[in-house]
Structures are given as C-alpha cells and as structure tokens.
Design a binder for this molecule. Structure first.
Ligand SMILES: C[S@@+](CC[C@H](N)C(=O)[O-])C[C@H]1O[C@@H](n2cnc3c(N)ncnc32)[C@H](O)[C@@H]1O
Length: 223
C-alpha cells in the first residue's frame, strides 16, 4: 500500500466511524459531480471538523468564501441555531445554482444565502450593509486573494471570532520564498498576515488524508 493509499484508508475509517455523510451530504457530492463541478470540496472528516468548530464557537453568523456545491456550507450551517445565518460567496453562477439545490435538499435554505460574484466585489457590498459581526469565517476560494479575504474577514468579525483558511500547504510550496505561483504567494501573504497582525493570534496545521497532503490555518480575532 502506498503512503497516499494508507492516508485514504485511515481517512475512510475515521469518516465512517465519526463523520459519515448522511443522505443530504451524499446527494450534494453526487449532484455536484453529475453537474461537472470539480471534486475539491473538503473531505468528510474536514467537514465535520468545520461543523464542530462552528459549534464550539457557538457561531450564530458564519461567512464562507467559496461555496462550490455547498458541501462545506451544509456542514457549517448545521452548526447554526434556529435564526442563525450563513452567507456564502461564490464566483460561478453554475456552482451557486448546484449548491442552492443541495442546500435546499438539506433543509438549510432558510439559514443560508449564496451571493454570486467575485468575492472581492461581494465583500465591500456586504460591508456596506453594516451586518452584525460574523462569528466564524471560512476562506476556501481563489488562493491568490487569501490575504484580501483575511483583511475583509477582520473588518466583518469581532473579538473572539474564528477565521479558517483552507489549503495552506500548496504541496509544501508554501515554505518556499522563491516560489512565484500566484496561489502560493497569496497563501504565504495570508500566513504572514495572520502571524503579524496585532488583532490576530493564529496557527497552521499540516494534514494528510483522502485529499492527500494539505493543511489549514486557524486564527482567532483578539480585539
Ligand atoms: C475549493 S472550492 C470550495 C469548496 C467548498 N468550500 C467545499 O469545501 O465544499 C473553491 C470555490 O471558490 C470559487 N471561487 C473561485 N474564485 C472565486 C472568487 N474570486 N470569488 C468567489 N468565489 C470564488 C470557485 O468557483 C469554487 O467554487
């Protein structure tokens, strides 16, 4: 068995025991695949981690950047109490359409709003509405804009809010200062911002699993 097959087998075991997909999550993945969306949603175990983090956080308001087919959106929205709210920003109208159906099937459409467009256009519009602060922000879209998304997350949160940035390892390239790939540079800039910003305290964790070698960063807004 190769290393990645082993990671996959252990992830499947953990997901089966601890984070099994129910009908709505399975259908979300199935319909996303049928609609030709890329298979780049978080894994089952990661989705459950997001749900647990939102629950531990007591999140009532969640902002997501990057909806895809709504798999992570469903996990996050399941952590919300009645009357909670999740706003998810998605560039692709096609992805948003598939996600909206998946979210409705999961019975979460009253809690979730998908806003279509480039997130860097949607975020200032959202800020203009002076929304109540978000308790958790999940950043999982175009990686080159990660530092901008962290900056916007800071504007839209409160002391104690949690900011999660996904896929920060870039196959290990994040540690290479000479790498000029836009996603790597965006991710490095986000990590450096998380580390240097006076209002944030953060860490990042490397992971292995069904999606191979990956990782995420976690930051708490401290003031
Ligand atoms: C990795 S996928 C999100 C996966 C999803 N969070 C999940 O785990 O189920 C990234 C998504 O971000 C969207 N995206 C890419 N660039 C974007 C942008 N500038 N603004 C908003 N969404 C964007 C892509 O269309 C894609 O659907």
């Amino acid at each position: 068995m190769s290393e990645s097959q082993l990671w996959d087998a252990v992830d499947t075991y953990f997901a089966t025991q601890l984070a099994p997909d129910d009908e709505a999550l399975e259908a979300a993945l199935r319909d996303s695949e049928a609609a030709g969306l890329p298979a780049i949603a978080v894994t089952a175990a990661q989705g459950k981690l997001l749900q647990l983090l939102a629950q531990i956080q007591g999140a009532r308001r969640i902002l997501e950047v990057g909806t895809l087919g709504g798999y992570s959106t469903i996990r996050l929205a399941r952590a919300l109490p009645a009357g909670g709210r999740l706003i998810s920003l998605e560039y692709s109208p096609r992805h948003a359409e598939v996600a909206a159906r998946n979210i409705a099937r999961a019975g979460l459409d009253r809690l979730v709003e998908i806003r279509v467009g480039a997130a860097l256009d949607s975020l200032p519009r959202l800020a203009d509405e002076h929304p109540d602060p978000f308790d958790l922000v999940f950043i999982d879209a175009d990686k080159e804009n990660n530092p901008h998304y962290v900056e916007w997350a800071l504007k839209l949160t409160r002391a104690g809010s949690l900011i999660i940035v996904d896929n920060v390892v870039r196959g290990g390239r994040v540690a290479d200062p000479d790498d000029t790939d836009a996603d790597v540079m965006g991710t490095r800039a986000a990590i450096e911002l998380l580390g240097s910003h006076p209002r944030l305290t953060a860490t990042a964790i490397q992971t292995v699993g069904a999606k191979g070698y990956d990782g995420f960063a976690l930051a708490r807004v401290r003031s």
